[in-house]
Design a protein around this ligand. Structure first.
Ligand code: BMA
Length: 334
């Protein structure tokens, strides 16, 4: 089955098709994907990046539109990329990153037709991996975000996963640390939000990416010196306080094992951007593989929730598990 979308499926210039957002909308599945184009396979230079759209009846076979949707370049912005899609009250929201002359910004936009789009907010730099929750809580939009604090964390890439909320999608506040990178036992560098989380009776089920750097092991890539492995982590968040982690699977849920995950522009990279809970209990996990193709994995929601109940080895943000547990009921678990 995998990859489910790659450059050869696209009817316009495309080299790398990856890091897509996926949602169910108006009886179909819709995907917004990143396309780095204008480079030959094997080269590490590209002419540009755009965001394309594809539709599907089953979430597996995809029909891309005849031309790309968004390509943002101007005096300030060099590209928009890594889109996620969230449906809230039947409206389609797109979150994305932009590279600008003055840093990386996270954006949120709304669209009615995957043609016109209206930008609602752009963060201050450096921030990216904005991901909207599919519901409001007490009238407020909720999002994950991932600032990039180079100076403040005293390390090159110790970036963490944050939450904030907003009454209108323009003004964001109530900023809370959700998961610190040092809480992820198998990773030694940055983490970041993956897909819009799905609601279950036990909590918000969410995937995230987690990075391990091993400078002694060069990984396959189209450019020299690639040492980072991106794996997929899994956690469950409190329904009323979605910045509180109730449980986290202590091992990576997904690691790069297949050829299309280990080899490409940047090998050993899994980057989840779409999570869909079907009525059958099946969860579809969409992820970019090796920064080159888009793939799909599936699991049962009950199994994923059970994995999050693993208690052993969990580290608190401040090295004491009691602090986080104090924020949730004693019947909850971390
Ligand atoms: C991140 C982003 C993603 C990319 C990943 C792995 O920092 O740039 O778009 O998939 O690196 O290269």
């Amino acid at each position: 089955m995998n990859p489910i979308l790659s450059a050869s499926d696209i009817p316009y210039p495309a080299t790398l098709i990856f890091n897509a957002g996926v949602a169910k909308w108006q009886g179909k599945y819709v995907m917004a994907f990143r396309n780095d184009y204008g480079g030959k396979p094997g080269s590490s230079r590209f002419k540009g990046t755009n965001i394309g759209v594809a539709f599907s009846d089953d979430g597996i076979s995809w029909q891309p539109q005849s031309k790309p949707w968004i390509e943002w370049t101007d005096d300030e912005v060099s590209r928009a990329y890594d889109p996620r899609i969230t449906i809230i009250d039947d409206l389609c929201y797109l979150s994305f990153a932009i590279d600008t002359l003055h840093g990386i910004r996270g954006g949120i936009a709304v669209t009615h037709d995957f043609d016109k789009w209206e930008i609602l907010s752009l963060s201050a730099p450096d921030n990216r991996n904005m991901v909207l929750f599919p519901e409001k809580l007490h009238g407020k939009f909720m999002r994950f975000e991932r600032p990039l604090p180079i100076y403040g964390r005293n390390a090159p890439e110790k970036f963490d996963l944050w939450f904030s909320d907003s009454p209108d999608c323009y003004y964001w506040g109530n900023t809370q640390l959700v998961l610190a990178s040092e809480q992820v036992p198998w990773a030694n560098a940055k983490i970041g939000p993956g897909a819009p989380p799905v609601k279950t009776p036990e909590g918000w089920l969410a995937v995230f990416h987690a990075v391990t750097v091993d400078k002694s092991k060069k990984l396959p890539a189209w450019h020299p010196d690639w040492f980072k492995t991106y794996t997929v982590g899994l956690m469950l968040l409190d329904l009323e306080k979605p910045w509180v982690v109730k449980g986290m699977y202590q091992e990576p849920l997904m690691v790069p094992t297949e050829k299309y995950e280990q080899e490409g522009f940047r090998g050993h990279v899994l980057f989840p951007g779409g999570l869909i809970l079907e009525d059958t209990g099946e969860v579809k996990i969409y992820y970019g593989a090796a920064d080159t193709v888009e793939c799909l994995a599936t699991a049962h929601v009950d199994d994923l929730i059970a994995l999050c109940k693993t208690r052993t080895g969990c580290r608190d943000k401040r090295d004491s598990i009691d602090i986080v547990n104090a924020a949730v009921n004693s019947s909850d678990w971390m």
